[in-house]
Ligand binder design. Structure first.
Ligand code: RIB
Ligand code: CA
Length: 306
């Protein structure tokens, strides 16, 4: 059983990832924090509250950063719709807990023992970067940091950069260099976890309100042209599934950094899989996932929610 904090920007794939986490007995989700990303913080907080509320789990949701550490905020409504969950209207969830995300994350870390907390970042890393940079003494409480971010090769928001990394590269750089174990789910592994219309159709009628919401949200996402229109990649659920069923994945120790320049390469993750960069391997990158097992377990866990 892992004690987990999830920082997210729901977001259609965040919604599926949250349901997977909240429906998996391997994880004890003690805090959900929201960050501006796919859509503005007002929407991501509302969506996080609604998704946790639908799950029936008593997990506090705390609002965090509404913009990156540097630069201006940019959303991605083309994929996630103006409300962040494809226009699907979710029942209002419980109110957000007071305070701000970085403080809430630090409070959980302060109350934990060494290596007790796993941090999961499935949006821009602003909240995680703020929390870790402002109280480094708490780093030893972190067992592992799992991020959906980056790409070895082409990005999805610019030719060079993946959306989360591009949105706050400075925050990502802080997290990548914090010294704790970091596992990264990049676009290359998430491209292997594509939700098809056939799979979505097969889920309908399973489970309860969470599965119904998940299917409606997934059905709202345009098939990814980047992936040949096969369906929608479940980026964020890959980060969660690594914690739930790590044997579904292969992975490799790498050196990972992020381009902080202000040119066309900004936000590019430079992932060295072949030891070309001298020095420590500061991360592990997920390389492959067993898609059949992934979607079988994903469906089972969401169907198990209310
Ligand atoms: O590039 C994919 C990532 O950006 C996912 O986390 C998605 O939710 C968006 O935040
Ligand atoms: Ca996300």
């Amino acid at each position: 059983m892992r004690t987990v904090i999830i920082d997210c920007d729901p977001g259609t794939d965040d919604a599926i990832a949250l349901f997977l986490a909240l429906g998996s007995p391997e994880l004890d989700v003690v805090l959900v924090t929201a960050v501006g990303g796919n859509v503005g913080l007002d929407h991501t907080v509302r969506n996080a509250r609604a998704l946790v509320g639908l799950s029936g789990k008593d997990v506090p949701v705390v609002a965090g950063a509404d913009r990156p550490m540097l630069g201006s905020f940019v959303a991605e409504p083309r994929v996630h719709g103006r409300n962040g969950v494809g226009g699907v209207v979710l029942p209002e969830g419980p109110p957000a807990a007071p305070g701000v995300a970085a403080d809430a994350i630090r409070a959980v870390l302060r109350a934990a023992g060494p290596g007790e907390i796993t941090l999961v970042g499935i949006g821009p890393a602003t909240n995680l970067g703020l929390a870790l940079a402002s109280e480094p003494a708490l780093l030893d409480r972190v067992a592992e940091i799992v991020l959906m971010t980056g790409a070895w090769a082409e990005g999805n928001v610019t030719p060079a950069a993946e959306f989360n990394a591009w949105n706050d590269p400075e925050a990502l750089s802080i997290v990548l260099s914090c010294g704790r174990p970091v596992t990264v789910a990049t676009l290359e592994v998430t491209a292997q976890a594509v939700a098809t219309t056939a799979w979505i159709a097969a889920q309908r009628g399973q489970g309860g309100a969470c599965m119904a919401a998940a299917c409606d949200i997934l059905a709202s996402v345009p098939p990814s042209a980047r992936l040949g229109g096969r369906g929608s990649p479940q980026h964020d659920a890959c980060a969660i599934m690594w914690l739930v069923a790590p044997d579904m994945f292969t992975h490799r120790a790498v050196h990972a950094s992020v381009d902080l320049t202000h040119g066309p390469g900004r936000g590019r993750t430079v992932i060295d899989r072949w030891g070309k960069v001298p020095g420590a391997r500061n991360a592990s990158v997920l390389e492959t996932v067993d898609a059949e097992r992934f979607f079988a377990l994903l469906g089972e866990r969401i169907a198990g929610l209310p």
